[in-house]
Design a protein around this ligand. Structure first.
Ligand code: C2E
Ligand code: CA
Ligand code: CA
Length: 753
């Protein structure tokens, strides 16, 4: 899930990255597109302007040529009146022209349309502003423009034009001069449909970079016309051109191309896009420019909505992913909760324990309690699983109430819970255990049923009882087994319990190889009639181990039962007993009863009955001489199944004896149902039969029941003649005990017989 969540954000990043990439690409393309559109448009305009400038200048040239030649021819210019009349006529036809003058090659005026005395007008070769261009005009065959200046009387800017007039031998006769009104030039442009407000057109001359013409509404007019373009700036422009086209400026001049560059204006540092064309004939640069801010405005005007759109989409996608990730987190938490909690009680489960509890790093001391509900099985059996579940839920609730913040509470299995508390000492553990027992004991009312439940608790403490979690858990488990014997109590894992466990483990280990090492053998204890004659023997198993010495059967039988070794051991016992006793029959030529103890675990084996019959057949033992001793706890489990097996056994003429009678829970009604031949009164009643009235009454009762149900009564554990006598008086049929004989090895039994 974490993996998935991180992937969601990775995916989001990819989506955003792709989006940004597309956006970047779009921005780049848009800029290129707008730039080149403006460039193209501007270059077209520049071409038109250049053409019309060329056209206008050559028209003026023709006018000046014609006029000049008219004035020179026959010295017409000397006739002032005639000249002025001609001037007047031409000025009327060409309103863009402010004045005409005819100047001699030395700069002195011959005649002029200006209403001023010629003497008062300056020599063009002597005046600083005019000298350069006049000299140029003398060297040139075409029209040469002078510096644009402000004409006070006409209140307008004037561009002077000079054109040399030559004779047939190309000798200079005079220079024809005219002033063109800048205002009218603009009007002319306008009439040619090439005046577009956002584009501005400039004209400056090549040889000294003085401005010839600037847009009519330019606020820097005065500065433009009075200074030439600074050298530094020219250099800057040249560098830009070289960078863009890789051509030197002279190359461009000769090729007559239009070149567009982005640069900063020298006058006000404003960024502009300029298209420059060189008018080769008149040695003029024609420039059309547009403030770059206009292009930028259009660019941003189109870009910003797209960015806003992207931002909106991005935000939307972000929220989408945010929701998705929230959902994933929620799902993960839910799954985590499910994985870590028990579905029924909603308290933590084993998985949580393995995940949250760092077994390898135990540092703080803690107390581990394993809780087991006493006889919980009965609830399921008596009321049904539904009520069992409800009870478990209630148990979970009660335990959860006791749980503190850093306690660990886990439903370990069915009715087993695990409680870990970080605490310092036994006192605190005792308090907690008592609290738990009390809380779980108080009455449960589920639907119409009311009951209470006992709890057995096994407690082990870290670090007192073990150095790792596994051993602590094991000791708590051992303590629990002890507590379960008493029920509704807690038990610490003390040294005695630990020793017991140690021995248990040792027995378990050694028992595994006991049979193959021939450590197991049988002894037989005689059972006699009232008159002392031999009735039969009880086969009793013995184990002599190298490490453990003699291990009493009570001890190792229970280990065998709990560790699954009983079936194999039981088979060995039956087979050995049948074989050995059969041999004694043959050797002594006497027949007597053989009692064999059968464990509950042997009955649980499905093939138990078949195995028994097989062994009897195999040894050829007389079935009617065989008694199987069973205990009452056999009937705690599936009574129908057990009854079925017992009845089958009875049909085979094998007898059944109920061992340790009186210590278990069997009732008279149950006893009536059972196909039993013999009741064995437990030794504990016999021990104090002489002194204890209760024991005596109990024995009397058992006798009565037995007689009533037609059963043989056998008393075991008789050590004194007095005990035998009392039992004899009650009518006991058979007797067994040290008074008659201890269990004997088969050789000793032969002697006994
Ligand atoms: P149990 O079946 O009640 O066996 C009788 C026990 O009482 C035997 O102890 C026997 O030696 C002892 N006993 C008999 N008379 C006297 C007496 O006068 N005084 C005293 N103090 N004890 C007497 P044992 O052999 O130690 O067996 C103990 C228990 O071990 C048996 O109790 C039985 O439950 C189990 N056991 C023994 N052998 C086998 C076996 O072959 N199979 C099974 N399944 N269990 C066996
Ligand atoms: Ca027995
Ligand atoms: Ca017994």
């Amino acid at each position: 899930m974490v993996y998935m969540q991180s992937h969601i954000w990775k995916l989001f990043c990819i989506v955003m990255f792709v989006g940004l990439f597309i956006l970047g690409f779009f921005t780049y393309e848009l800029k290129n597109q707008i730039d080149s559109r403006y460039e193209l448009e501007q270059e077209n305009i520049a071409r038109v302007i250049s053409n019309s400038t060329n056209k206008m200048l050559s028209q003026y040239e023709v006018t000046l040529d014609v006029l000049g030649e008219y004035l020179i021819k026959d010295d017409t210019y000397k006739d002032i009146r005639k000249s002025k009349e001609m001037f007047k006529k031409l000025l009327k036809i060409n309103p863009s022209i402010a004045d005409f003058s005819l100047v001699n090659p030395n700069g002195r005026l011959y005649v002029t349309s200006i209403d001023k005395s010629i003497d008062k007008l300056p020599n063009l070769l002597e005046k600083k502003e005019t000298k350069n261009s006049f000299e140029q005009a003398l060297k040139s065959d075409i029209i040469v423009l002078g510096r644009t200046y402000f004409h006070k009387t006409l209140n307008t800017y004037i561009i002077p034009m000079r054109k040399v007039i030559r004779d047939k031998n190309l000798n200079i006769l005079a220079v024809m001069v005219a002033g063109i009104k800048v205002k009218d030039w603009h009007l002319l442009m306008k009439s040619n449909n090439i005046y577009i407000s956002k584009y501005k057109s400039f004209l400056f001359r090549d040889f000294d970079y003085y401005m010839q013409l600037i847009p009519s509404k330019n606020k820097h007019k005065k500065r433009y016309y009075s200074t030439n373009i600074p050298e530094k700036y020219v250099h800057y422009i040249k560098t830009l051109i070289r960078k863009k086209t890789n051509i030197q400026i002279n190359g461009i001049k000769s090729k007559g191309v239009i070149l567009t560059i982005k640069h900063k204006r020298f006058i006000d540092n404003q960024e502009v896009l300029s298209s420059i064309e060189y008018l080769k004939k008149y040695k003029l640069f024609s420039v059309v420019e547009i403030p770059y801010s206009i292009i930028k405005k259009e660019f941003y005007g189109r870009l910003i909505p797209v960015y806003i759109f992207f931002l909106l989409i991005g935000t939307f996608i972000f929220f989408l992913f945010f929701q998705l990730s929230k959902m994933v987190i929620k799902n993960r938490k839910k799954l985590e909760h499910q994985a870590e909690h028990d579905y029924l009680t909603n308290i933590n489960n084993r998985y949580y324990l393995s995940k949250k509890f760092d077994y390898s790093k135990l540092s703080k001391s803690f107390s581990l309690m394993i809780l087991n509900i006493d006889n919980f099985k009965n609830i399921n059996e008596n009321y049904g699983n539904k009520y069992g579940d409800m009870a478990l839920k209630e148990i979970g609730r009660r335990l959860y109430k006791i749980k503190k913040e850093d306690d660990i509470l886990v439903r370990y299995s069915g009715d087993e819970f695990l409680f870990i508390r970080y605490c310092s000492g036994k006192k605190e553990s005792v308090k907690l255990a008592q609290k738990i027992i009390e809380a779980l004991y108080s009455s449960y009312s589920i639907d119409l049923y009311k009951f209470s439940l006992g709890t057995s608790i096994g407690i082990a403490e870290y670090p007192n009882d073990g150095e790792n979690f596994e051993s602590i858990k094991k000791y708590a488990d051992i303590a629990l087994q002890e507590a379960k014997k008493k029920k509704n109590c807690y038990m610490f894992c003390d040294e005695k319990i630990k020793q017991k466990h140690l021995r248990y483990s040792l027995i378990e280990k050694e028992l595994k190889t006991a049979l193959q090492n021939n450590e197991i053998y049988m002894m037989y204890q005689p059972q006699v009639r009232s008159d002392g004659t031999l009735y039969g023997v009880e086969a009793l198993v013995r184990w002599q181990n190298e490490k453990l010495g003699f291990v009493p059967p009570d001890e190792f039988i229970s280990v065998a039962e709990q560790t699954g070794m009983m079936v194999k051991l039981g088979q060995y016992i039956i087979k050995t007993s049948l074989t050995e006793v059969n041999k004694i029959y043959k050797e002594t030529n006497k027949r007597f009863q053989l009692s064999i103890n059968i464990s509950v675990k042997q009955f649980e084996e499905i093939t138990c009955y078949e195995n028994l019959l097989n062994m009897i057949e195999h040894t050829g033992f007389d079935k009617s001489l065989l008694t199987l001793e069973v205990t009452e706890n056999l009937f705690i489990e599936d009574i129908e199944l057990v009854l079925n097996i017992l009845e089958n056994i009875r049909k085979q003429d094998i007898k059944i004896s109920l061992d340790d009678f009186g210590t278990g829970y069997s009732s008279l009604s149950l006893l009536k149902k059972l196909p039993i031949n013999e009741l064995k009164i437990d030794k504990s009643f016999i021990d104090d039969i002489e002194t204890n009235m209760d024991a005596m009454k109990m024995v009397e009762g058992i006798m009565l029941i037995g007689k009533q149900l037609n059963m043989t009564i056998l008393a075991e554990g008789i050590e004194k003649i007095e005990q035998k006598n009392i039992l004899d008086n009650y009518g006991c049929d058979l007797f067994q005990g040290y008074h008659f004989s201890k269990p004997l090895k088969k050789e000793a039994l032969l002697d006994f017989i």
